[in-house]
Design a protein around this ligand. Structure first.
Ligand code: GDD
Ligand code: GTP
Length: 421
């Protein structure tokens, strides 16, 4: 029996995803027509003998319950949301809810970071863990991928013993170069790992009582990377499964446009019925249109466009490399490029909404998305995709370029490289 846990954090996290995460937990933001973590769930339901998916975070239960209900209906599987009483770190929640994870006696459980996107090779990884675990007595397999030298520093860095695929050395976000092999935030654990967690946890409790100002210690929080994986390096108990399939972090809105393209592309291979096929409107490349959206036959959409529920796409519009969320209206003859249009927003006629992609450098093998800082040295906004928060209104005949518009704004003119608060 196998289980899966998806770590989603909570409201204090995901700040880089603003303004899109202001009204909705970031894990529920829609990419390629489906909430970010529904892509994780779809990968998990393919695993043979998967009995339960536990979503772990500190968002309020009320923010997650509708989504979880829909997932249970759709996949006919035990899917639960468990809320941490405070941010418990990447392993604190696993430890706190260990009885929920262990019940039913799973042989293995997956842990997936909710803020990555990938063509998750979970079945292959499980086969790998099963076959290598016997000889190595391993209790965890980490998914790893190649990054560039410079970009590796923002990830957990791995040195692998190539002879037996064990984790030789691990450093979380090193300050100097360690290795271009990085942690993807996708793991398989054997339940023995809870012993390891118990040791770390109990040590923390001792520290809490022994240190004078113990209250300043994060008593209950545990960190998977530093406190569990690092000590396992060199012991032979951690295995490395390297993937060459598509993988990326999904931390910024720019990454959502990138993930949108890749997930649509995977649909072409595996779920072609989800992609729009029509002559009117004209569809170029991979496009997802929700069944309830209203797209005018003269519109031209694609490549890499997702149109949400009840959206209205007007006469002669052109949309490319963008996500248009539910209930938005794009009026006649307007153009949307490299942008995210928040729910319930309206773009007037003959208007142009345009952003700049932040794709990985195609000339560098293994390059990942660049998460450029918001502002450059002159205090100007760095070129980025254009993002309209929810309920934004843009008038007719203006140009909004490389800008970020907070929710509930009514613009009256054109903007270039600005944050509109
Ligand atoms: N439930 C819960 N509680 N989840 C949390 C908490 C918490 O207190 N804190 C973070 N998370 C979730 C986040 O939502 C995310 O899915 C995952 O845990 C890791 O988040 P971070 O702690 O922000 O780490 P990171 O994303 O910078 O780095 C991690 O992922 C990289 C791959 O994307 C590390 O595991 C790196 O080693 C790894 O390379
Ligand atoms: P090329 O297509 O490479 O010649 O450049 P382009 O300037 O037309 O490309 P751009 O990326 O600016 O636009 C992408 C698509 O949107 C093209 O098919 C354009 O014809 C179309 N387009 C550009 N501007 C507008 C506009 O203001 N309104 C509408 N409806 N479509 C536009």
């Amino acid at each position: 029996l196998v289980k899966a846990v998806i770590l989603i954090g909570g409201n204090q996290k995901g700040t880089r995803f603003r303004p899109l995460s202001l009204d909705l937990p970031k894990p529920l933001f829609s990419v390629a027509g489906f909430p970010i973590i529904q892509h994780h769930i779809e990968a998990c339901v393919q695993i043979p003998f998967l009995k339960e998916i536990i979503i772990l975070g500190y968002y309020g239960v009320s923010e997650m319950s509708q989504f979880v209900g829909e997932m249970v209906q759709l996949y006919k599987l035990n899917i639960r949301y468990l809320q941490e009483f405070e941010p418990l770190g990447t392993a604190g929640g696993l430890y706190h809810f260990r009885d929920q994870i262990r019940c039913g006696n799973p042989d293995f459980f997956f842990v997936l970071n909710g803020d990555v996107c990938a063509d998750f090779p979970l079945i292959e990884m499980l086969e790998f863990h099963k076959t290598h675990r016997e000889t190595q007595k391993a209790i965890v397999t980490l998914m790893a991928t190649e990054a560039t030298r410079q970009q590796s520093l923002i990830y957990g860095c791995i040195i692998e013993n190539k002879e037996n695929n064990t984790l030789e050395h691990y450093v979380e976000k090193p300050s100097t170069f360690i290795s271009t092999l990085v942690n993807c935030g996708v793991y398989i654990f054997s339940p023995e790992v809870f012993h390891q967690m118990a040791n770390v946890f109990n040590k923390k409790q001792m520290d809490f009582y022994n240190v004078e100002n113990g209250s300043s210690i994060e008593r209950e929080a545990l960190y998977l990377e530093k406190e569990i994986l690092m000590p396992l390096a060199g012991t032979g108990k951690a295995l490395v499964y390297q993937t060459v399939k598509w993988w990326s972090q999904l931390k910024t809105p720019g990454a959502a446009i990138y993930a949108n393209r890749h997930y649509l592309n995977l649909f072409r291979e595996r779920r072609p019925e989800r992609l729009a096929k029509s002559v009117q409107p004209t569809i170029i490349g991979d496009v997802y249109i929700h069944a309830t959206a209203n797209v005018h036959p003269t519109a031209v959409l694609g490549p890499n466009v997702s149109i949400g529920a009840h959206a209205t796409i007007g006469y002669g519009t052109r949309i490319k490399e963008s996500i248009v969320l539910a209930h938005s209206r794009i009026l006649d003859h307007s153009l949307v490029l490299y942008s995210i249009i928040g729910a319930n927003s309206e773009i007037g006629c003959w208007t142009r909404v345009e952003g700049t992609p932040c794709d990985p450098n195609p000339d560098k093998p293994f390059a990942k998305m660049e998460n450029a800082p918001l502002f450059n040295d002159e205090g100007r906004l760095n070129p980025s995709i254009t993002i309209l928060g929810n309920n934004v209104t843009i008038p007719s005949e203006v140009i909004v370029r490389n800008s970020i518009v907070l929710p509930h704004k009514e613009l009256t003119r054109s903007y270039n490289n600005e944050i509109i608060l």
